[in-house]
Design a binder for this molecule. Structure first.
Ligand SMILES: Nc1nc2c(ncn2[C@@H]2O[C@H](COP(=O)(O)OP(=O)(O)OP(=O)(O)O)[C@@H](O)[C@H]2O)c(=O)[nH]1
Ligand SMILES: [Mg+2]
Length: 445
């Protein structure tokens, strides 16, 4: 997401980034390029103007300032502006003092409401809540089943009945209260375009259940149009915020950068993929850094923390220290990292990773192969790869659908990695060893 906008902005700013002196021509050129980049990313014109105006002021200030880094100041101004238009603060859910906290999702057809309902419920569950899903989309055949499948996947109950949307919603909330579920997420039907029946239905559900939060779900790919959609839904429902979906696609970013500034409603959550974990609170500051290619370490750390099993991570680290890291440990750690999502996504959040590398196709298949190979080994072989002889190698290759050469290559890589670990010195043991060798030569202990 935001690849082309990020690239264009970085390009615009690279001209002045390191400069210790800015000329009027530098500033004009840079501003023009920033405007072009934003317009091309489908950012609302009024928003483009407001960003450009404020950056221009900052640039004039930077030209006059005795600072050594005027170029850097302009970069910072752009960064600050991106944060400002996206809403500065991160949206926080305040749970209702008397549960349940009721959340209503609304939006156009296919915007990602049902998926977002499941993701949101998982988000609440991970936050220690007891969510419940309510299937109030009785329009599309299969909508209820879709939500039930999601509910099953995340272990969250789904309320449904074949009556009408308003009744399902109110009875769902009542049921949640009865069962002691403290957050209710109500999924509703979408329409191809905003029309009267849709708005009337949403209005009726809204009046019936008086939700604490009314989120509009918007597909980030629709760009400019999102502003008008948000305005219309806001007029009917007084929305609390926006859930922006499909940010993993080739969304140009216009929606993310326009909605808050034009409609005055923040983006509360961002959906960044089809998997249930691909969902996060929307952090304007991190998003701005991501757009400008400054990486997004905080999101990454958070994702690592929520998907990593701390015990497994620690066990791996301990065994590395002890010099006992074997293929079993390697497999554990590999699985941990993969739980953070596709490696490409992980890589794109790291700062300083060059654009070319970020966009490079990572061969997930290669990692699948490694996983398959290690999975086909016996525990003894994983603990002590040295026992793997020719016949074991063939067996492992057959078991993992690879070739003996693949198995051999993996073992070789693993040996090299282990050697490298010992050389860079992990943990106290190798520290002693390093001291020993750097001092007078000692015989092997
Ligand atoms: N890549 C990607 N796909 C998504 C995301 N969110 C939803 N989708 C996909 O978009 C399609 C529509 O999602 P739904 O959740 O069914 O959308 P909806 O708004 O409930 O659709 P209706 O109920 O028909 O109005 C599905 O194929 C989802 O898998 C996302 O963040 N990224
Ligand atoms: Mg749906």
């Amino acid at each position: 997401m935001f690849e082309s906008l990020g690239g264009r902005l970085e390009g615009a700013l690279s001209r002045i980034r390191g400069k210790s002196r800015l000329t009027q021509a530098d500033v004009d050129e840079t501003l023009a390029e920033i405007r072009r980049a934003l317009l091309e990313a489908d950012v609302n014109l009024a928003v483009v103007d407001s960003i450009a105006e404020r950056v221009a002021v900052a640039a004039v200030g930077a030209m006059a300032s005795p600072s050594l880094t005027p170029g850097q100041q302009v970069v910072k101004a752009v960064h600050d502006e991106l944060i400002r238009v996206m809403g500065q603060e991160t949206f926080r859910i305040r749970y209702a003092p008397v549960p349940p906290t009721v959340v209503l999702l609304a939006g156009l057809q296919g915007s990602g409401k049902t998926t977002a309902a499941g993701k949101l419920a998982l988000h609440f569950k991970n936050a220690g809540r007891l969510p419940m899903l309510v299937a109030a989309d009785l329009q599309r055949p299969g909508a209820v089943l879709q939500l039930q499948v999601l509910g099953k996947q995340i272990g969250v109950p789904v309320f449904s009945e074949a009556t009408d949307p308003v009744q399902v919603a109110s009875r769902g909330v009542a049921e949640a209260r009865r069962l002691g579920r403290d957050v209710v997420v109500v999924d509703t039907a979408g329409r191809l375009a905003i029309d009267e029946p849709l708005m009337a239905e949403m209005g009726a559900i809204n009046a019936a259940i008086e939700p604490d939060y009314r989120f509009l779900v918007i597909d980030a790919m629709i760009g400019q149009d999102s502003v008008e959609i948000a305005r219309r839904f806001d007029a009917e429902l007084a929305i609390s915020g926006v859930i922006l979906t499909k940010l993993d696609g080739d969304a140009r970013g216009g929606a993310a950068l326009s909605v808050k500034e034009v409609v005055g409603k923040s983006i509360a959550f961002a959906s960044v993929g089809e998997k249930l974990e691909d969902f996060e609170p929307f952090y304007p500051d991190r998003m701005a850094s991501r757009i400008l290619g400054m990486g997004d370490v905080l999101s990454l750390i958070e994702r690592a923390e929520s998907s990593m099993d701390q015990d497994v991570a620690k066990r791996g680290a301990d065994r590395l220290k002890e010099g006992k890291f074997d293929l079993e440990d390697f497999l554990d750690q590999l699985r941990q990292v993969r739980r953070m999502g596709p490696l490409k996504g992980v890589l794109s959040m790291l700062p300083g990773v060059p654009k070319e590398l970020r966009n490079q196709e990572i061969d997930e298949g290669e990692i699948d192969r490694v996983e398959a190979i290690i999975s086909s080994m016996t525990p003894v072989e994983r603990r002590n790869p040295a026992v793997i002889d020719f016949s074991r190698r063939s067996r492992i290759a057959v078991g993992s659908g690879t070739s003996p050469t693949d198995v051999q290559a993996l073992l070789k890589k693993f040996r090299e990695m282990n050697k490298l670990m010992r050389q860079i010195g992990v943990g106290p043991k190798s520290a002693t060893r390093k001291r020993a060798t750097s001092g007078r030569k000692r015989r092997k202990r």
